[in-house]
Design a protein around this ligand. Structure first.
Ligand code: MF3
Ligand code: CO
Length: 251
């Protein structure tokens, strides 16, 4: 069952999501050559805790950090490390969750560092626009497959591929709720979206092949072909004629 939230519950999810959005803005400014991914994790934790919230990922199924920081061919769930130094030409995905008064917010961005190859800049643009296309299909009465298909169609039209092994999700009192939200599939199928549902849509797009595997750390997901991958995510609330982006960043 996909839960419809009350206005009060949505208000808490809105706050949690805005804590994540503000923290992503802070982190984005600090991403430059020479810093470690661990430093970004420290910033994330400080910012979330300073806003009366808790990191959502820390301890989740044993995950050891506040943020997931995934560089280049890393798709998602990169574990921050003092030894992982960001270099010119990298693309850095930062995925972050916060809990405020028991409710979750979840959002991700991918940031280019310095002189990034043109095709990698295009990968980032296509991934962010694929998210926007997906969100454009969200409204009261739409089918979940409409959202999935909009993401897939946009990515593939641009010659890129969609990761199929991981999905978006409902969100609220838990980080992951029903439904699971694939980034591919036929329009006009799947559950009907209703006003008041809160969902996290999160395309993971690859420049070439969409096959992925785990590294030996048990968390980091990388592309099989070593080509770069990007990730964007928003937590949104379904409305009568569209959606409200709860994790919208300023500017
Ligand atoms: N943002 C991720 C998701 O939506 C959560 C990371 S899983 C964790 O599934 F274990 F790192 F928390
Ligand atoms: Co998520």
């Amino acid at each position: 069952m996909i839960e419809v939230k009350t206005e009060k519950e949505i208000e808490f999810i809105r706050t949690a999501s805005s804590v994540v959005a503000k923290t992503l803005v802070i982190i984005k400014k600090e991403i430059k050559p020479g810093i470690s991914t661990f430093y970004l994790d420290e910033l994330a934790r400080e910012s979330i805790e300073a806003r009366d919230s808790k990191p959502a990922f820390l301890g989740y199924r044993g995950y050891p950090a506040t943020a997931c920081v995934s560089v280049n061919e890393e798709v998602i769930h990169g574990i921050p490390s003092r030894d992982k130094i960001i270099r010119d030409g990298d693309i850095v995905s930062v995925d972050l969750g916060a809990v405020y008064k028991g409710f979750y917010g979840d959002s991700a961005i991918t940031v280019p560092v310095g002189n990034v190859e043109k095709e990698h800049l295009r990968l980032i643009e296509v991934t962010e626009r694929a998210l926007i296309e997906g969100l454009g299909a969200v409204r009261n009465g739409a089918r979940l497959g409409d959202v999935s298909n909009a993401v897939q169609a946009f990515a593939e039209k641009n010659g890129m591929s969609v990761v199929r092994d991981f999905t978006g999700h409902g969100i609220g009192r838990h980080l992951h709720e029903e439904p699971s939200i694939p980034n591919y599939g036929p329009a006009g199928t799947g559950p009907v979206l209703r006003t008041g549902m809160t969902i996290a849509v999160e395309p993971m797009i690859c420049l070439k092949g969409n096959a992925v595997h785990f590294l030996k750390d048990g968390w980091t997901v990388v592309t099989d072909d070593g080509c770069f991958s990007a990730h964007f995510e928003h937590t949104v609330c379904v409305t009568e004629d569209g959606c409200e982006i709860l994790s919208k960043r300023e500017g």
